[in-house]
Design a protein around this ligand. Structure first.
Ligand code: HEM
Length: 228
């Protein structure tokens, strides 16, 4: 009995940590999207580069960035631990949990969508973050964006990953509020609107960037010229 209670409480603790880090990462996603929308400023990347310089030179932002990477790490590790725990629980046919388990397809596959996002992040950081921060190569962020999104397959990969991100967020956002006990009936409608913004509009906002650069600055520009 005690063991079962220990398991229950430790799982809840982990779920709370998952929810808090997840919501924190959503805040990062919104901030990152707003910054990246400066790419549409039509000033050859001047505002975007200035924004990037501000991020790098501001000590407060650098400090928050450490927490962001720590948040990603904790979210991934705890997600994997919880997935293994749930699998084990199911395999020993723990009926109490099984009966309560009305998990949706999204919740059961969150681990896989999470892993796809992990692969995306690795490629994303090696394309932008590492060259900008740790390499002597002097290409600016705007130039890196133009180069990256002139590649058709890279753009396709972003599309697929952003679709999966939306799927991951659809379950994750609602589930975080449920875990934190913040899904009050009074606010359900409001929460649904915010959830829609999070899982649908954020990925669409990000996806607009590779489309724009592929067609207006990359090889897609040639296709457009041929078309006319
Ligand atoms: C598709 C549009 C996107 C563009 C153009 C973009 C661009 C960039 C650039 C230029 C950097 C380097 C910033 C610097 O170090 O000065 C960066 C960093 C980063 N990006 Fe993105 N990004 C996009 C989407 C995403 C998405 C969807 C995620 C998460 C799922 C993400 C996560 C990150 C992280 C964690 C960093 C490192 C932290 C930071 O520098 O803020 N990015 N991105």
């Amino acid at each position: 009995m005690n063991k079962a209670l220990d398991f229950y409480y430790s799982s809840i603790g982990k779920k709370v940590l998952m929810s808090l880090t997840g919501l924190f990462l959503i805040v990062f996603l919104i901030e990152h999207l707003i910054g990246n929308l400066l790419l549409f400023a039509n000033d050859e990347g001047k505002m975007y580069e200035a924004y990037g310089d501000f991020l790098v030179s501001n000590p407060v932002i650098r400090f928050i960035e450490v927490f962001m990477f720590l948040g990603i790490f904790v979210h991934v590790i705890i997600g994997i631990i919880l997935w293994f725990k749930n699998r084990k629980t199911r395999s020993v046919k723990y009926e109490l949990f099984r009966l309560k388990d009305n998990a949706t397809l999204a919740s059961r596959t969150t681990i896989f969508s999470g892993l796809v996002i992990g692969v995306f992040l690795y490629l994303h950081l090696t394309t932008f973050f590492f060259p900008l921060r740790f390499s002597d190569e002097k290409a600016g962020a705007y130039e890196l964006v133009i180069n990256a999104f002139s590649d058709f397959w890279y753009v396709m990969f972003y599309f697929a990953a952003l679709f999966v991100l939306g799927y991951h967020l659809q379950h994750g956002f609602q589930s975080a509020f449920q875990t934190l006990g913040l899904r009050n009936k009074k606010y359900t409608a409001l929460l649904d609107i915010v959830a829609f913004f999070v899982w649908c509009l954020i990925p669409i906002g990000y996806a607009a960037i590779p489309i724009y650069f592929f067609f207006f600055h990359g090889t897609g520009a040639t296709v457009i010229m041929w078309g006319f």
